[in-house]
Design a protein around this ligand. Structure first.
Ligand code: GUN
Length: 285
């Protein structure tokens, strides 16, 4: 029997709880948690993600201010907006949707956001804290994956975990979080040799490579747990993951669908981080 891990359902459950926590926080402090989301340019996928983040904030009672900047925005303009938001006490979290247009340095942008408002956990200070195991925020997608595993009582401890993809946003921090959870972790990427040999060892396989239906049934051990982080748009407009779901699912004990798997969990973790940022800012006053 294969369990389809329903990220939408788990998210609904977590967001109900979060809504209560936000209400409680507002009643205690008189403060509404606030998130600033910045979208630069016209990337259609980014526009959809930003809209979904905004809606999710509104649903749980977090104020979300979306700043939409044109494709030709220069780095100095973006950095000065970030500095203004850093100083704005009503803004507890700041998120700049990636990727950015060519000509704007992602690293310069990430470093400009104050670490205590960095709800993506991309700032070097936050990355370092995660590496050392004493963090304030976890990056949303890998944290969402861990939460999904927890919900379905899938325990990484002692397991062989394989992550495919070494991005700063997903692959590298995912490997770190699984390591923290006492798994034995292998991080694979585009230059890995004999990939299928390695992936077939995995009890838990996380695929974040950004290639539609990359993972096929011959790469999966019978009964493995498969987590699909990919969101790819096909020429017909439909979404698909990095896993060939129809072929792979029958061989797994649990698998995430796309859409409706990891995606909603990522946004839920962002909401949690924003509330946490507001709580920390308030307790530090
Ligand atoms: N682009 C793709 N995923 C993410 C994310 O988690 N945060 C931001 N800021 N941009 C992204």
């Amino acid at each position: 029997m294969t369990t389809i891990m329903d990220g939408k359902q788990v998210s609904l459950h977590l967001r109900e709880k979060l809504k209560e926590q936000v209400t409680d926080f507002r009643q205690r402090t008189g403060i509404t948690p606030g998130l600033a989301v910045i979208l630069v340019g016209k990337d259609p996928a980014s526009a959809v993600y930003v809209r979904n983040k905004h809606r999710a904030c509104e649903e749980v009672g977090i104020r979300s201010d979306v700043y939409t900047l044109s494709e030709d925005t220069d780095e100095a303009t973006l950095l000065s907006l970030l500095k203004r938001l850093n100083e704005d006490a009503s803004v507890h979290g700041i998120l700049v949707q990636l990727p950015l247009p060519a000509g704007i340095s992602e690293q310069a942008v990430i470093r400009t956001i104050r670490p205590e408002k960095d709800v993506d956990a991309f700032h070097p200070e936050n990355v370092g804290k995660i590496l050392l195991g004493n963090y304030d925020f976890l990056p949303c997608t890998p944290a969402g994956v861990m939460e999904l595993l927890r919900y379905y009582d899938i325990r990484p401890e002692g397991k062989e975990c394989v992550v495919i993809g070494r991005s700063n946003i997903v692959g590298k921090p995912q490997a770190l979080l699984l390591t923290e959870a006492n798994a034995t972790v292998t991080l694979c990427h585009s230059r890995t040799k004999n990939l299928a040999e390695i992936t077939k060892r995995a009890d838990i396989l996380v695929v974040a490579i950004g290639r539609p239906r990359f993972l096929t049934e011959d790469m999966v051990k019978e009964g493995a747990v498969v987590i699909d982080v990919g969101i790819n748009r096909l020429p017909d407009g439909k979404l698909c993951g990095d896993v060939d779901f129809a072929a792979v699912a029958p061989h797994t004990s649990a698998i995430t669908p796309v859409p409706g798997g990891v995606g909603p969990m990522t946004i839920t973790m962002l909401l949690q981080n924003t509330l946490r940022a507001a709580e920390r800012a308030t307790s530090c006053r």
